[in-house]
Design a protein around this ligand. Structure first.
Ligand code: ZN
Length: 402
């Protein structure tokens, strides 16, 4: 066989393998016959690839089902312990590191709260590196068993010759984050914007499952979004698409952390909400202060006014997404988005209805994320999983080097 033919056969095998692995990953356990029907691959191809995957320990048999009039059919599933992945959420209020197995069951977690506006690159890199060692130790997993690390960060992540993070509100300008993290880990790294990693988590496992067109809104201290069109993330020319928090809702309005005025984030981000309220609240961090503000809705006219305004601005921001992108679903997540949505989703929906065109609004579900405030870390951990399913793994990590 010529080298070219050999390469073609190799590519075809890899494609079949990726198609089967992905199909089984999202719907299991299933029999070889189910997989053949679902993927359109011939029974012989399915058998060949599955034999390979079983030999490698990636797929295991998990019982059997009776078939009509024939032999029982073996059910197949992914072996969750084949490998592990780590998801990191670099948020504005904390760094969170979580260790998952291949089927995304959590095995260990480490949390490092950040002081307000304490976002020095060395502080963040230190927290991530400490967290990686902590989850491996607590989970009892050797670094050699980790397929990769995904990191979700605020700001724009540019994937050029080296990964650069532009976090204007974070005070980060062209930070070579991958290179900096290399000082503390030899494991494969994937870095992306936190709202984008959260949207992948909701799309794979949560409120976005099955949607082809969705926008996932992340509200924490600030606001961001991930836009899914035709089942894929919309990134733009330099990956900065979906900087929803810095779209303008009031020309010449409140000053935003980005330097502009009237941005959505300057009204609906937790930092901005607490700032607009302007009075002391119990709790020593933003999360407990925002929860206290929401709890005082019924007893404080000022709290009610600030929160009603927040719901209106959020509705306007969502209406803009509906008119621009015609999504099937808009999913509200992030710790602050979930706190606000829990209490105010009807008011947010009403404001979105008022400010969007009737036809696209009628076709859009607006709901809360299903995966809770950990969805950014979970989503970050899907980055190495995606690489694994697509059959383009990084180099296997060096043994014993976390
Ligand atoms: Zn802004």
């Amino acid at each position: 066989m010529s080298e070219r033919k050999r390469a073609t056969v190799r590519d075809l095998r890899r494609d079949n393998r990726s198609v089967l692995l992905t199909s089984l990953y999202f719907d299991q356990p299933r029999s070889r016959q189910d997989l053949s029907e679902a993927t359109g691959l011939s029974p012989a191809s399915v058998s060949n690839v599955i034999r390979e995957l079983i030999q490698e320990g990636i797929v295991v048999e998990a019982g059997s089902v009776d078939s009509e009039g024939g032999r029982p059919r073996a059910l197949l599933q992914i072996n969750p312990g084949y490998g592990y992945v780590i998801g990191v959420d670099v948020g504005e209020t904390r760094v969170r590191v979580e260790l998952f197995d291949l089927m995304m069951t959590e095995h260990a977690k480490a949390d490092y709260p950040l002081a307000p506006r304490e976002h020095g690159v060395d502080v963040i890199v230190g927290a991530v590196v400490t967290g990686l060692a902590a989850v491996l130790a607590n989970g009892g997993i050797d670094a050699s068993r980790v397929l990769g690390i995904g990191v979700g960060v605020p700001g724009i992540v540019e994937h050029g010759p080296e990964v650069l993070v532009h976090g204007q509100t974070f005070g980060w300008e062209s930070i070579p984050l991958e290179r900096l993290l290399r000082s503390g880990t030899g494991l494969p790294l994937d870095i992306d914007n936190g709202a984008k990693t959260m949207s992948q988590a909701e799309l794979w496992f949560g409120a976005g499952r099955g949607a082809q067109h969705a926008v996932v809104c992340l509200i924490g201290s600030g606001a961001g979004a991930g836009i899914i069109t035709n089942g894929r993330a919309h990134r733009g020319s330099t990956s900065s698409a979906a900087e929803w928090g810095h779209t303008t809702v009031t020309a010449g309005g409140r000053a935003c952390r980005c330097g502009s005025r009237g941005c959505l984030e300057a009204y609906v981000g937790a930092e901005a909400i607490l700032d607009r309220y302007g009075l002391p609240l119990p709790g020593d961090d933003q999360e407990s202060a925002l929860a206290a503000l929401i709890n005082s809705y019924a007893t404080s006219a000022r709290a009610a006014e600030v929160l009603d305004d927040t719901a209106r601005y959020l509705g306007v921001g969502i209406a803009n997404l509906i008119n621009l992108f015609n999504p099937e679903r808009i999913i509200l997540g992030g710790w602050a988005g979930l706190l606000l949505g829990d209490q105010m989703l009807p008011a947010i929906r009403a404001a979105a209805r008022q400010h969007s065109l009737r036809h696209p609004f009628a076709g859009t579900l607006i709901e809360l994320g299903h995966l809770g405030p950990d969805a950014v870390a979970l989503g970050a951990a899907t980055l190495p999983i995606e690489r694994f399913l697509n059959g383009r793994p990084h180099q296997r990590p060096r043994r014993g080097f976390a």
